[in-house]
Design a protein around this ligand. Structure first.
Ligand SMILES: [Mn+2]
Length: 326
């Protein structure tokens, strides 16, 4: 076993007995090596994990600031996967070609106000892109997608694929335009963002009928959770728009609250894990994915910790599909 790929383990006096069990070590994503000072990040990494523990733009229950820690801790159960994983369902190996993942720690966020936190987030993602790694950002409430996508301004024609119960197309809360109800509206205003596909929609959100109509008029393809259940993943996957680049954003409340209750605005009638995973695989197979985020995990509402576990698995699935298909 190549020990130096993991920065968070001690040593063993017997190299034949080196276990690196999930509950040991400092808790980075999958216990991968860390680079908390982004100025020191080197080239050569496929994936760079970044936490954005910001949740003061949540309109209902806050707590997603603890998402990055919750997801990192849950992810350690898969730490052996860093050395290659056999998937018995696909009969395929993942992460077995020396793919490199690094955890870059968290964005420094302000205790109140969003400006500095957003600026830091955009700058951090830009530093990762400069080193040619794909940023995988863990939120935070869903407003974090705004500063993350801003960092991709050098890319063209990015199609945003969003998994979410909510449309997130609200113009503003009063005069505040950067809440977690508005990230897709804000993204649509960015020059480098093209089409969108929003999957898992249902229930009451802050976006009303006019927001849905404006999203459709913009060119966004809206898919309800019910439609995914009724048509099946293959049919939905064939609807993914053509684009030069893709960005995937997963709001954990896109999944059903029976499996992911740890979130601020849960909504019954949601997607299942396998549907989300298979659709992410379909996006990765279709085109060039330039970035990924997962938001709205609020571990305190889930005493079983399963929400963080699903979030960690979805992120790992993306990493596996991406590194295999690029
Ligand atoms: Mn959302």
């Amino acid at each position: 076993m190549e020990l130096n790929r993991n920065a968070n383990v001690n040593y063993s006096t017997n190299p034949n007995n080196f276990f690196n069990l999930p509950f040991t070590g400092i808790c980075s994503f999958m216990k991968t090596e860390i680079c908390p000072r982004l100025d020191e990040l080197k080239e050569g990494y496929d994936i760079a994990i970044l936490g954005m523990p910001f949740d003061i733009a949540a309109s209902a229950r806050s707590g997603a600031r603890f998402g990055p820690r919750g997801v990192r801790e849950a992810s350690t159960i898969n730490c052996d996967g860093l050395y290659g994983m056999y998937d018995p369902v696909r009969d395929a190996y993942f992460l077995d070609k020396g793919e490199k993942i690094i955890d870059c720690g968290d964005v420094d966020v302000s205790p109140c106000g969003y400006e500095q936190a957003f600026e830091n987030c955009t700058a951090a993602v830009r530093k990762i892109l400069e080193k040619k790694a794909v940023p995988v950002v863990i939120g935070g409430d869903h407003s974090i997608t705004i500063p993350v996508i801003r960092a991709f301004s050098d890319f063209e024609d990015i199609c945003v694929i969003q998994f979410d119960a909510h449309l997130d197309w609200t113009k503003s809360y009063g005069e505040f335009i950067y809440s977690h109800s508005s990230p897709m509206r804000r993204a649509s205003e960015m020059k480098h963002v093209g089409k969108m596909m929003q999957i898992g929609l249902r229930g009451l959100g802050s976006s009303g009928r006019s927001d849905f109509e404006e999203a459709r008029a913009y060119g966004s393809l809206l898919v309800s959770a019910k439609e995914v259940h009724e048509k099946g993943v293959d049919k939905i996957a064939r609807m993914i728009p053509d684009a030069k680049n893709y960005y995937i954003t997963v709001d954990i409340d896109g999944l059903d609250p029976s499996i992911c209750p740890g979130t601020g605005s849960p909504q019954p009638g949601g997607l299942l894990y396998q549907q989300v995973s298979d659709l992410i695989e379909a996006v990765v197979k279709k085109g060039n994915v330039v970035g990924f985020d997962l938001a709205e995990v609020a571990p305190a509402y889930d005493p079983c910790g399963q929400t963080s576990l699903y979030a960690a698995q979805i992120i790992l699935d993306f990493i596996c599909f991406y590194t295999k298909n690029r």
